[in-house]
Design a protein around this ligand. Structure first.
Ligand SMILES: [Zn+2]
Length: 439
């Protein structure tokens, strides 16, 4: 969401954007370090599929969700498994410059060789490690050193083995890794960080403008991406880094063990429009934690339905929007992605007594940033059945006569029929209650 919103507002401001999003379809190890199990290989065993099938299944699910949330399709979606030669070439470059060393289980990056390791966070190695979970690997020269290439478990060699390669005994094929590749150092697979550096230089050059990610990735992932690129090329990886805050669920960290992980599919299954989730994210600034609750999704769904109802009453053709208002919108989005403020301004404009054509223009322009699909709703005023209009008229009479009890009864009848009434200075406005979109 953060990358989509950033891209949309840059494009809105007239910048040409090239958007690259990598698909990490190669397995990585469970821990933050370079130890533990490989998620893809574990998932494959659990689900009785191959690691390649698991990777392709989740890639498709992810891309399907991007579309449901109306995220603009990235221009390039490089897959890590299709860029193994580029990753190997980058490791070779690091090797030539003396930044690597070999252990029994892989090829490692020597962080002490890079004087400003950790500069992304304005911290040095020891400060970074003080707050991180780093496994003890006696073969590493420093705990912050990280794997560039890992040997497949069964291909690991002790120093004695290396002298006599015939002594390496291969386990039965069922225990062998499914994803492994040949390399100048031995059969294995890339470390966690190398794909980002290898693929970004290929598609964006270096340094590129903006690197985006979640705040949990700053260390070690982004720190190491940045370090290895700088070591290999003498150039920074990116000019600017933007990190989005985490989303929590019911005020707690989202985690498998708490059973509070939800997917876009869950939002849809509960009868909500997936764009209600998009609306929900617009209400919180990207650097503040977003708290996901089903009540909040429900409220966002209702707000989105109300927004669509307002938009449907507007004409399809817009007139010129007051330049000061347009300027105010641009100031909000230009100030560190002030989308909650921009959204509040949007509501103010729609509910104001401005000319309808001006509101239409606000929808046409600003929804390019919000991405709520509102422009399609312009001029789609619904037909109100005569039975409903009659009830509304009766309720107006009752209100006029001060019979509020009767007016309330008529309102609940309308609710039962699936309609709501808003009393506005221009008289009652009736809308059908938005039915959740079935996908
Ligand atoms: Zn990355």
């Amino acid at each position: 969401m953060v990358s989509d919103l950033l891209r949309r507002l840059l494009e809105y401001q007239g910048f040409a954007v090239k958007h690259v999003m990598n698909i990490t379809d190669v397995g990585h190890l469970v821990g933050d370090g370079d130890e533990g199990e490989d998620r893809l290989e574990v998932g494959a065993k659990r689900e009785g599929k191959t690691a390649w099938e698991i990777a392709s299944y989740y890639t498709d699910a992810f891309l399907h969700d991007l579309a449901r949330l109306n995220l603009r399709q990235p221009h390039v979606l490089p897959r890590a498994t299709q860029h193994i030669p580029e990753q190997i070439a980058l490791i070779e470059q690091l090797e030539t410059k003396g930044f690597t060393y070999r252990t029994g289980d892989g090829i490692y990056f020597e962080t002490s060789k890079l004087s400003d390791y950790g500069s992304l966070l304005g911290q040095d190695r020891d400060q970074l490690l003080a707050g991180a979970r780093v496994e003890v690997n006696p073969e590493k020269h420093h705990p912050a050193d990280f794997a560039l290439w890992k040997f497949s478990e069964d291909r690991r060699q002790t120093t004695e083995d290396r002298a006599d390669s015939s002594s390496v005994i291969r386990p039965p094929s069922s225990e062998r890794r499914q994803m492994e590749w040949d390399s100048p150092w031995g059969v294995g697979f890339p470390g966690w960080h190398i794909e980002c550096s290898a693929m970004s230089v290929k598609y964006l050059g270096q340094p590129f403008d903006l690197h985006i990610g979640g705040e949990d990735l700053v260390f070690p992932h982004h720190t190491n991406e940045s370090a290895q690129t700088e070591a290999a090329t003498g150039q920074p990886l990116a000019n600017y880094w933007l990190h989005g805050a985490f989303m929590s669920v019911d005020g707690a960290k989202m985690s498998k063990s708490l059973g509070n992980t939800y997917t876009v599919e869950d939002v849809v299954k509960r009868g909500h429009d997936p764009l209600a989730f998009r609306y929900l994210t617009l209400q919180t600034h990207y650097r503040k934690p977003l708290n996901f609750t089903w009540e909040a999704v429900q409220a966002a769904d209702q707000a989105l339905a109300n927004l669509r109802a307002l938009v449907r009453e507007l004409p399809e053709e817009g007139t010129e929007l007051d330049p000061a208002t347009e300027e105010e919108f641009r100031t909000h989005i230009g100030h560190d992605l002030g989308l909650p403020q921009a959204l509040a301004l949007f509501w103010d404009v729609l509910k104001s007594d401005r000319e309808a054509g001006e509101k239409t223009t606000a929808v046409q322009h600003w929804d390019q940033v919000f991405g709520l699909g509102l422009a399609d709703q312009l001029g789609k005023l619904e037909e109100i059945p005569t039975e409903v209009s009659a009830l509304v008229a009766k309720r107006e009479q009752a209100r006029g006569a001060g019979e509020y009890g009767q007016a309330d009864e008529l309102r609940s009848k309308l609710t039962d029929l699936g309609y709501t009434v808003d009393d506005t200075p221009d008289g009652p406005k009736v809308h059908r209650v938005e039915k959740p979109t079935e996908l």
